[in-house]
Design a protein around this ligand. Structure first.
Ligand code: TYM
Length: 342
C-alpha cells in the first residue's frame, strides 16, 4: 500500500551499520548488491544507521572513521549518489523523533520478542545490554516508515524487524488515520543468510572472530586462505544439505557471485571434490572484490567529497522525512509550532 501522492517509481530503503572492521560478504551478497541493482528501477534511499551503532559499547573515533568508510564501500560497490539518496541517520533528526512516537504504540512484550536483542544480550558478549539496544527495532521502524518505503531489501536476519515495522504501520494507520505505507520485505533467494566459515551454524557477522568472516577489504591472499580453510563437512560431494552446512554456505556464495542457482553449481561440480570447488569459490571472490577494493581506496582518500555527498543526501532525505513526521505529529494531536513568532 502506498499512501499520499502516487509515485512513478516504487521507493526502496535500506541501511547498513558502520560497525566492526568493515562490511562483510554477508552484507554484500545479502543486501548491497541488490541495492545497486535497484537504484534505477526504484526511488532508492540508502543510509548508514550510526545511531544504531551506539546501542553497544563503541569507540567514538572508530565510529567517525567507519561512517565515512562505509559510505566509501557502498559507492565502491556501485551505489551512485546521483542515482540514489545516500545519507547518515544522525544527520536527519526526524528518525529519533518518529521513533519516540512509535515507541508509544509498541507493547513491551512485543519489543521483548525481538530475537536479535535476545541473542545479543544472552551471549553476554556486549556486557550489559542497554535500553537503546532493546528499543533499536523501533528506531528501525521509524527509519523505514519516514520514507514511505514500499520495499526494504535486507538479509533474512532482518525479517522480524520488518514484521514489527509492518505491525506498527498498520496499528498507527488504524488508530490515527492513514499515514504510513506498509512496506514489504525484499529478501534475496541466494545468500540471504551467509554463515560463518568456521562455525557454519552461525550467521556471518562482524561480531564473530575474523577467520570465519570475509571482509570486503580482505587482501586476495587472505580471501583465498579463508576459503581454503573454511570448515567443510563429511563426504566429498558438492551438494546442498542440512547435514552439510559448510558446503551449503560455500555453494550459496559461489551461486551468488556467479549469478547461478545453487542447483547449477551442484551440477557443475558433480564428481569433483571440495579442493577444486574451493579454489573456484576463492577465484570468484577475488574477481568480485579486487575492483571494489581499488575503487574503495580512491574514494576513501577524499573525505571532503564523501561529506559533500552525504550533505546532499541528508537534504534530500530530510525533505521526505520532515513531511512524513509533520503528518504523524498532526495525527497524534501535537500542536504545530508557530514559525517566526515575536
Ligand atoms: P546490518 O548492518 O547488520 O546488515 C546490513 C545488511 O546486511 C544483511 N546481512 C546479511 N545478509 C546475509 N547473510 C548475512 N550473514 C548477513 N549479515 C547481514 C542484513 O540483513 C542487512 O540487510 N538493523 C539493520 C540496519 C538497519 C536497517 C534499517 C535496515 C537499520 N535501520 C532500516 C533496513 C531498514 C542492521 O543491523 O543491518
Amino acid at each position: 500500500m502506498t499512501l499520499g501522492k502516487r509515485r512513478e517509481r516504487e521507493r526502496v530503503l535500506s541501511g547498513i551499520q558502520p560497525t566492526g572492521s568493515g562490511s562483510h560478504l554477508g552484507n554484500y551478497l545479502g543486501a548491497i548488491r541488490h541495492w545497486v541493482q535497484m537504484q534505477d528501477d526504484f526511488d532508492a534511499f540508502y543510509f548508514i544507521p550510526d545511531m544504531h551503532a551506539i546501542t553497544v559499547v563503541h569507540d567514538p573515533a572508530a565510529l567517525h572513521r567507519r561512517t565515512r568508510e562505509t559510505v566509501a564501500e557502498l559507492v565502491a560497490c556501485g551505489l551512485d549518489p546521483s542515482r540514489c539518496t545516500l545519507f547518515v541517520q544522525s544527520q536527519v533528526p526526524e528518525h529519533a523523533q518518529l521513533a519516540w512516537v512509535l515507541g508509544c504504540i509498541t507493547g513491551y512484550g512485543e519489543a521483548n520478542r525481538m530475537t536479535q536483542f535476545k541473542d545479543k544480550s544472552a551471549r553476554g558478549e556486549l556486557g550489559a545490554a542497554t535500553v537503546g539496544l532493546f528499543t533499536y527495532p523501533i528506531l528501525q521502524a521509524a527509519d523505514i516508515l519516514l520514507y514511505q518505503a514500499d520495499r526494504v531489501p535486507v538479509g533474512e536476519d532482518q525479517k522480524q524487524h520488518l514484521e514489527l515495522t509492518r505491525d506498527l504501520a498498520q496499528r498507527f494507520n488504524a488508530r490515527f488515520g492513514p499515514t504510513f505505507t506498509v512496506p514489504a520485505a525484499y529478501i534475496a533467494t541466494t545468500a540471504e543468510r551467509l554463515t560463518d566459515l568456521q562455525e557454519p551454524h552461525r550467521k556471518m557477522s562482524k561480531s564473530l572472530p575474523p577467520g570465519g568472516t570475509i571482509y570486503l577489504q580482505d587482501d586476495p591472499k587472505v580471501l583465498t586462505k579463508k576459503i581454503r580453510s573454511a570448515v567443510t563437512d563429511m563426504g566429498r560431494e558438492v551438494v546442498v544439505g542440512p547435514d552439510k552446512p559448510g558446503i551449503t554456505n560455500l555453494i550459496g556464495i559461489h551461486a551468488a557471485l556467479t549469478g547461478q542457482s545453487t542447483q547449477e553449481v551442484e551440477r557443475a561440480y558433480a564428481g569433483k571434490g571440495y579442493g577444486e570447488f574451493k579454489a573456484d569459490v576463492a577465484a570468484a571472490l577475488v574477481a568480485t572484490l579486487e575492483p571494489i577494493q581499488t575503487r574503495f581506496r580512491e574514494i576513501v582518500a577524499d573525505p571532503g567529497e564523501l561529506d559533500r555527498i552525504l550533505g546532499v543526501g541528508a537534504d534530500k532525505a530530510e525533505e521526505v522525512a520532515s513531511a512524513t513526521l509533520a503528518t504523524a505529529f498532526d495525527r497524534v494531536g501535537f500542536l504545530p509550532r508557530a514559525r517566526g513568532a515575536q
